[in-house]
Design a protein around this ligand. Structure first.
Ligand code: NAD
Ligand code: UDP
Length: 314
């Protein structure tokens, strides 16, 4: 018996996470409409699908409404790296609020399930560690990160209100720091900065004393989690991330010690509103999705380094 393939809309599908998700969905035999305004995404990330019968690319900004016929919406469109989301903070807030509003409106019109890519940034500078989903966070509402973290918080709130008022089938994923191939080389984030610096033989930059922590998840693990979550009956919010917590200093030392070129550490002024620690509690995802990351940081880092080395043609 022939079944009609699932029609997916992936907003932000030309970005880092979105393009890996597109790859996976098409490999599963599903159809994908990739919608992107190419602010931080690139055609290179999805060019291997151009011309494929299951793939369609739409150049569109999610702050504008759109009518499409789809079964599932994966709403990822939003710049994720601090330098990109702080480049035009008003636009970032608009993307979070209006973009999510438009996508929820579309989900309502066509009756599709919608997964919203939220973030660990909703926990701000956490006083609770690790962060479980029922922790309400400690966010500065007027700081330089608030366009992003408050934007994501209001978008989560919109998702819940659309569910309560209109019965929309929502999924809220709180994604923690993720890394891997297709990260932009110049996105100013820790992993990309340090890898590019190490490949060029330059000093590795540490903001502050390096005692702040993060928990980095390899992209393939994260995509597994997103797909399991979308296919599950849970609505979330659900943390998806790797609980392997490391200090910035530990990460920098690891990259220095495995660098082909000899590099030194360089301490710079700490960033404003930089969260001091971050580690997901993934109890819920383990219990409900039977999911946990498989790729340890050292392994994922080496895959990412190979990608960066190729991109930089070293
Ligand atoms: P990314 O910047 O690589 O991808 C975002 C994509 O959205 C890009 O292709 C960009 O061009 C597109 N986009 C931005 N604004 C848009 C708009 N107004 N209209 C249409 N397209 C737009 O970032 P990413 O790392 O792939 O993140 C994807 C999603 O996951 C984001 O919503 C981000 O907040 C969330 N997230 C990512 C991480 C992470 O570590 N990568 C962590 C937490 C949450
Ligand atoms: N960071 C650093 N050096 C860099 C880039 C980032 O020390 O060159 C620090 C940054 O201050 C933060 C952590 O690394 O404490 C993670 O930064 P990233 O931008 O990757 O993610 P986010 O802060 O959004 O979690």
């Amino acid at each position: 018996m022939l079944t009609t393939p699932v029609k997916n809309l992936v907003t932000g599908g030309a970005g880092f996470l979105g393009s890996h998700l597109v790859d996976r969905l098409i490999k599963y035999g599903e159809e994908v409409i990739c919608l992107d305004n190419f602010f931080t995404g690139s055609e290179e990330n999805i060019e291997h699908w151009i011309g494929h019968p299951s793939f369609e690319l739409i150049h569109h900004d999610v702050t504008e409404p759109i009518q499409l016929d789809v079964d599932r919406i994966w709403h990822l469109a939003c710049p994720a790296s601090p330098i990109h989301y702080q480049f035009n903070p008003i636009k970032t807030a608009k993307t979070s609020f209006l973009g999510t509003y438009n996508m929820l409106g579309l989900a309502r019109r066509v009756g599709s399930r919608i997964l919203f890519a939220s973030t660990s940034e909703v926990y701000g500078n956490p006083e609770k560690h690790p962060q479980p989903e029922d922790y309400n966070g400690n966010v500065n509402p007027i700081g330089i990160r608030s366009c992003y973290n408050e934007g994501k918080r209001v978008a989560e709130s919109l998702c819940y209100d659309y569910m309560r008022m209109h019965g929309i089938d929502i999924r809220i994923a709180r994604i923690f720091n993720t890394y891997g191939p297709r990260m932009l080389l110049n996105d100013g984030r820790l992993i990309s900065n340090l890898l590019v610096q190490s490949i060029h033989g330059k000093d590795l930059t540490i903001y502050g004393n390096g005692n702040q922590t993060r928990s980095f998840c390899f992209v393939d693990d994260l995509i597994d989690g997103l797909i399991l979550f979308m296919n599950s009956p849970n609505i979330g919010p659900m943390n998806l991330g790797n609980p392997e917590e490391l200090s910035i200093l530990q990460i920098t030392n690891l990259i220095r010690d495995t660098s082909i070129k000899k590099v030194n550490l360089k301490f710079l002024k700490e960033l404003k509103d930089d969260p001091l620690k971050r580690k997901p509690s993934i109890y819920l995802a383990q219990k409900e999705l039977n999911w946990e990351p498989k790729i340890m940081f050292k392994e994922g880092l080496s895959i990412t380094r190979d990608y960066f080395t190729k991109k930089l043609k070293f």
